[in-house]
Write a protein that binds this ligand. Structure first.
Ligand code: GDP
Length: 534
């Protein structure tokens, strides 16, 4: 085999591309920052708080983000640790998250789920977990804030099973909790790791390690905590699920870690085990079957489009997940959907906290491409002239709906143009009311902040003022049915039939239980929670 090819394989082998999912405030930002600290990408931690107060964040590209001091769009960070090249796909942590958050998970090979030990499994975590589960990617759990008062570790493991329906395997187990949280028992290495927090998590935590039966731990921990730990270890070994790599990689068993992102306790054992167990880039499904990351050609798909990262330009950035081969700056590739060649001249990558121009990148990496309006979500790019199309990215169910029209009838054209562009970027979904005969549209979003983004951008970029009316619906189903007929479809009083831009029927409901009722009344129809655009 050629040396070039071996190098190429080694590069792909060391890639780890994952998303961190959590409910806001569980500690995702803090943990990400600690990963960068352990990877040597930043020298000292502690910028999260000051960053908040300055209302500045890495991904604060849009004016609206700055105004609200929150991150609306997700970003990507790359750094090295223990011989691995890590790509972290960040997902917005604010409650008003968007469809982008879901889409980002399509580009990830695994997910790290951060859970607040006091709060357990929260709403947003449930939604993001569902998407990871649907994709069958490995899900690793980090139970955070063990230094604060939290729930019992065994209860938390049970909660994962009861609320999310996933079985768990504790990779380590906490020693003490709250202000007595001293460290973890590392089950893989069968050793106790006691941490030392002498500078409040600003630098890497030093650890005293050793066999759990070692007498020194009795004096270090106190005999009662030491005895309790020995009992816990025995209980885990006799009563818990067995470690099963195959199930972990299929997303059916989640390895669980306990720690504190704030004090760094448990961060290192987590990183070490996670990077070892989780996968490097795997084959991706396409119309030509699974495509191996080591395939001799460059290929990838667009999973996210972001506008106005640089307010001085109208340009958009299209985020591409590389699925096979090697990327080189300036390369000419085939844009499969558009049927034309595109030169990838100014690609960007997101190293630690800075954006830089990328010269080379490999399967598993994410690059940002300058987009003069030629890319759509789900597009495939490939260096070879083959008709390769990666599996489409589904549209996820919006949960909020609004009726929208332009205040000034003369601005109708700009209104449609703006809405179309925002729909292309995937930040909103557009529906038409059926039988309405009006020029109103129904806009669906995953998080209500997107309504503000829509209003703001239509006004600032297209000069269009809009009239809006919130609708009471929270559930959508795409209807699949042979010979669908609007007039004979049986509705309930809280539902509305509408259609997609392509004219396909969708159902909007106020209450989830109506869906079951509707399914009974229209037994030939299939109701789908996600939708693959044609
Ligand atoms: P995100 O919204 O998930 O990104 O959460 P942040 O990382 O911004 O953390 C939310 C709050 O929890 C901040 O005030 C953090 O300082 C705090 N926090 C994060 N990790 C820990 C932890 O391990 N222990 C404690 N006690 N607080 C933490």
């Amino acid at each position: 085999m050629a040396i070039e090819n071996l190098e190429h394989q080694a590069e792909i082998q060391k890639r780890r591309t994952f998303a961190i999912i959590s409910h806001p405030d569980a500690g995702k930002t803090t943990l990400t920052e600690k990963f960068l600290l352990y990877g040597g990408a930043i020298r000292s931690a502690g910028s999260v708080k000051s960053r908040r107060s300055q209302k500045y964040a890495v991904s604060d590209w849009m004016e609206i983000e700055k105004q609200r001091g929150i991150s609306v769009t997700s970003s990507v960070l790359q750094f090295n640790y223990n011989g691995c090249c890590i790509n972290i796909l960040d997902t917005p942590g604010h409650q008003d998250f968007s469809e982008d958050t879901y889409r980002t998970l399509v580009a990830a090979d695994s997910a790290v789920m951060v859970i607040d030990a006091a709060k357990g499994v929260e709403e947003q975590t449930k939604k993001l977990f569902k998407v990871c589960k649907m994709r069958g990617i490995p899900i690793f759990t980090f139970i955070n804030k063990m230094d604060a008062h939290g729930k019992d570790p065994f209860d938390l493991l049970e909660e994962l099973e009861n609320v999310l329906g996933i079985r768990s395997y504790p990779m380590d187990f906490p020693i003490g909790s709250g202000k007595d949280f001293k460290g973890v028992y590392n089950r893989r290495k069968m050793q106790i790791e006691l941490f030392d927090d002498n500078n409040h998590g600003e630098s890497i935590a030093q650890a005293i390690k050793g066999d759990p039966s070692d007498e020194k731990f009795s004096s270090l921990l106190g005999s009662s905590l030491h005895e309790k730990l020995l009992e816990d270890i025995e209980l885990l070994d006799t009563a818990g699920d067995a470690f099963d790599l195959e199930q972990i990689l299929a997303g059916e068993l989640t390895p669980v870690f306990f720690g504190s992102a704030l004090t760094n306790f448990g961060v290192e054992p987590f990183l070490e085990a996670f990077l070892e167990i989780t996968t490097s880039p795997q084959p991706r499904q396409s119309n030509l079957g699974p495509i191996n990351p080591t395939a001799p050609y460059f290929s990838g798909f667009i999973f996210k489009i972001q506008a106005n990262m640089n307010p001085a330009h109208r340009d958009r950035i299209a985020f591409l997940r590389i699925c096979s081969g090697k990327f080189e700056k300036g390369m000419l590739v085939n844009h499969i959907q558009k049927g034309k060649k595109v030169k990838l001249a100014q690609p960007q990558q997101f190293l630690a906290q800075d954006r830089v121009t990328v010269e080379t990148a490999y399967a598993g990496d994410i690059i940002g491409l300058h987009d003069p309006g030629i890319f759509n979500i789900g597009d495939t790019l490939c260096s070879d002239a083959i008709n390769l199309r990666y599996e489409g990215i589904p549209q996820f169910a919006p949960e909020h709906f609004m009726r929208v029209s332009t205040l000034n009838a003369l601005k109708r054209k700009q209104f449609i143009k703006g809405i179309t562009q925002l729909a292309e970027e995937g930040s909103v979904q557009v529906f038409k009311p059926h039988f309405s005969g009006t020029e109103e549209l129904i806009i669906g979003v995953v998080g209500v902040l997107q309504f503000e983004v829509l209003e703001y951008r239509l006004k600032n970029e297209y000069g269009v003022d809009i009239k809006t009316q919130m609708l009471p619906y929270h559930f959508i189903r795409w209807i699949e049915m042979e010979n669908f007929d609007y007039s004979s479809f049986k509705l309930t009083s809280d539902t509305l039939l509408a259609e997609t831009e392509d004219g396909d029927p969708v159902l909007l409901c106020q209450y989830e239980w109506s869906i079951k009722q509707l399914a009974e009344r229209n037994s030939q129809a299939i109701f789908r929670e996600t939708h693959l655009k044609a």
